[in-house]
Design a protein around this ligand. Structure first.
Ligand code: PGA
Length: 233
């Protein structure tokens, strides 16, 4: 099977740095691994390896500071992250995230829709976590083949702590049972844990933040994912 490895640069790297990174990435043997990097908007580049961290749900118009379909299309972008907790924290509402998802799905994008519980919900246990995650998926077109779910527990993002493998597997199975889709996992993924995470049965990929910023580290993650993809096929 194809394994997906995504790199979320967040607000890191200049256009020049992204270009140099991409040039090196293009030369990497990726085997059956589908690799996408999500640089800041100012560093978008026309490449099948590049996706957008954000996009406004309109082709163009009077939306100051936003980037829409017309601008993303100019770069041939057809992959987008939606619902990342860092954007939810900035005030993106569930209704707005539904609008974004359906707009970009209708326009042929691969949508990586991020969900994940904060620590206070996590501490309440399995049922609370399940209910929280399902509520984040309300109104999202789960039957769409281009809709992918990234499970990123908020408390593990940018931290050294990751959930146990058992926890990722259980939550992954729960999401899979309710959506008929495998998950991508994100939150503290690095070369030392990526193999065991990718080997879990409900996991079809990973979303890597901090560990993707160093090209050599990310290239090692791709190599590990490549061998998992060969075994998992
Ligand atoms: P992290 O970020 O790998 O730095 O935890 C993941 C993400 O936010 O997508």
């Amino acid at each position: 099977m194809k394994v997906k490895v995504l790199a979320n640069f967040k607000m890191n790297k200049t256009r020049k740095e992204t270009k140099e990174y991409l040039e090196k990435l293009e030369k990497v043997d990726k085997g059956r691994v589908e690799v996408t990097i999500f640089p800041p908007m100012s560093a978008l580049l026309p490449s099948p390896l590049v996706g957008a961290q954000n996009g406004y749900p309109a082709e163009k118009g009077a939306f100051t500071g936003e980037v829409g379909l017309e601008q993303l299309r100019e770069f041939g972008i057809d992959k987008i992250l939606i619902g990342h907790s860092e954007r939810r924290q900035l005030g993106e509402t569930p209704q707005f995230l539904r609008e974004k998802s359906s707009f970009y799905l209708e326009n042929g994008f691969q949508v990586f829709f991020c969900i994940g519980e904060p620590m206070e919900v996590h501490q309440q246990g399995k049922e609370a976590i399940g209910a929280y995650l399902l509520s984040q998926l309300e109104g999202i077109d789960l039957s769409h083949p281009n809709l992918h779910i990234a499970y990123e527990p908020v408390w593990a993002i940018g931290q050294k702590v990751t959930p146990s493998l058992e926890m990722i597997e259980n939550i992954g199975h729960f999401i899979e049972k309710n959506t008929q889709k495998p998950i991508l996992y994100g939150g503290g993924v690095k070369k030392d844990n990526v193999q065991e995470i990718l080997e879990l049965s409900p996991v079809e990929g990973v979303l890597v933040g901090s560990a993707s910023l160093d090209f050599d580290h990310f290239a090692q993650i791709i190599q590990i994912a490549k061998s998992v993809a060969e075994r998992k096929q």
